[in-house]
Design a protein. Structure first.
Length: 402
């Protein structure tokens, strides 16, 4: 009895550790992939250059910066002095001298058109991807807070507009009113998200990136040992599945709450809100995919553990599947299918082959580079198909023997 209690305590402790570490391992794996995988980081930030809300915000900010650099008063005064020197009518001279706002409005329209043309072009999107690809290292990305188009500065996540202005310089080079050197550069970042705890989150991201490769392994080891030590391994497997599923749901809620906190910290301007929402959703979309994949895997684990139990529904499902396999096997045997020793081995070792196939499916999900709900569903489909084929072949071997 004492040995059983000790085993139960150890198993429960290991299962609890696996469940508690599961969401941390998902986040850590995501952070590690963004930090160490340049291609993954490029895939993460690439859609921002094509997002309408981000494009609109960048166009407005860059246009304002360009127009603010132009000395409209100097232009109107020069024009008025030139007209006066050529003995133009007084009314024209006065009109030229007072045309500041009209000229500024015209310049804003023209500059905005040029900026929008650049921002919405394929060349800008490719330049965006190229700069991110070249700038990305373990210490230069949005999660570590140094370099790249996305950068953490203090309590703000900023979007550097250097790629916009560099391309804009090429577009406006040689225009009389705006010299290329007057275009603002990357020293004018656009604030997408502001939060007092952003720097602490960045430090946590660095820590998660360091332990990211090892946490999933630890979760699998703790879960396996906990299931092995549990008095009922089927119950232990169900407990792990339910616990991980609950933690994944909690992580999704946490991501939604964090999104709202980030948006609430920004001005109420609709454009800034839309751009910040697009940036948050884009940056976390791979994390959300991983969470949904883990949630689906946990749900399938619970279902599989239940189907191997003594419940009335589980028994009915198993009976129906066995009956279908037997019917198909007998049909194949009548058609003349002969499996010989292989068929007999499959029939004798059905439990072994079932465990190997299910274990291979779980290992495939664990080793999948970046699992998604679709990849988990694909592995499940393959496992079910292989188990069905093995069941039919074993039934055919039994019919052949009879």
């Amino acid at each position: 009895m004492r040995h059983r209690r000790l085993r139960l305590c150890i198993g429960s402790l290991l299962l609890a550790l696996a469940v508690l570490l599961a969401p941390i391992s998902v986040v850590a794996t995501w952070v590690n992939s963004e930090v160490t995988d340049t291609g993954r980081y490029e895939q993460t930030v690439s859609p921002l250059a094509r997002d309408p809300a981000v494009q609109a915000l960048v166009i407005d900010r860059v246009t304002d910066q360009v127009v603010d650099r132009i000395d409209v008063r100097k232009i109107t005064d020069t024009l008025a002095d030139t007209l006066a020197a050529h003995h133009a009518p007084r009314i024209l001279v006065d009109a030229a001298r007072s045309a500041d706002e009209q000229l500024k409005g015209g310049l804003r329209t023209g500059v905005r058109y040029a900026v929008a043309k650049v921002v919405k072009s394929d060349a800008f999107a490719k330049a965006w991807d190229s700069i991110n690809r070249e700038a990305h290292t373990a210490a230069t990305n949005a999660l570590t807070g140094e370099g790249g188009v996305l950068e953490v500065r203090g309590d703000a996540l900023t979007l550097n507009v250097g790629t916009v202005t560099e391309e804009l310089q090429k577009q406006l080079f040689g225009v009389t009113l705006v010299g290329a050197e007057s275009i603002p550069g990357a020293d004018k970042p656009v604030v997408l998200v502001r939060n007092d705890h952003l720097s602490e989150a960045r430090e946590a991201a660095r820590w998660l990136g360091a332990v990211g490769p090892w946490l999933p392994v630890a979760v699998v080891v703790f879960a396996a040992l906990g299931i092995w030590a549990a008095p009922s391994r089927r119950v232990g497997l169900m407990a792990v599945g339910i616990g991980v599923g609950v933690m994944m749901c909690g992580l999704l809620v946490a991501l939604a709450v964090m999104r709202q906190i980030c948006l609430d910290a920004l001005p109420a301007a609709a454009q800034s809100q839309d751009a910040a929402a697009a940036a948050y959703d884009t940056l976390t979309r791979f994390l959300q995919q991983a969470v949904y994949a883990a949630l689906l895997a946990a749900l399938l684990t619970v279902i599989a553990a239940y189907l191997y139990g003594p419940g009335r529904g589980a028994v009915a499902v198993r009976s129906a599947m066995a009956g279908g396999a037997d019917a198909a096997g007998r049909a194949l045997a009548r058609k003349g299918l002969k499996l010989g020793a292989v068929g007999q081995w499959l029939r004798t070792h059905r439990a072994l082959t079932t465990g190997v196939v299910i274990g291979a499916g779980g290992l495939a999900v664990l080793l999948w580079n970046y699992p998604t709900p679709a990849s988990v569903a694909l592995v499940l489909l393959l496992v079910v198909v292989v188990l069905a084929i093995l069941g039919v072949l074993a039934a055919a071997a039994g019919a052949e023997q009879r």
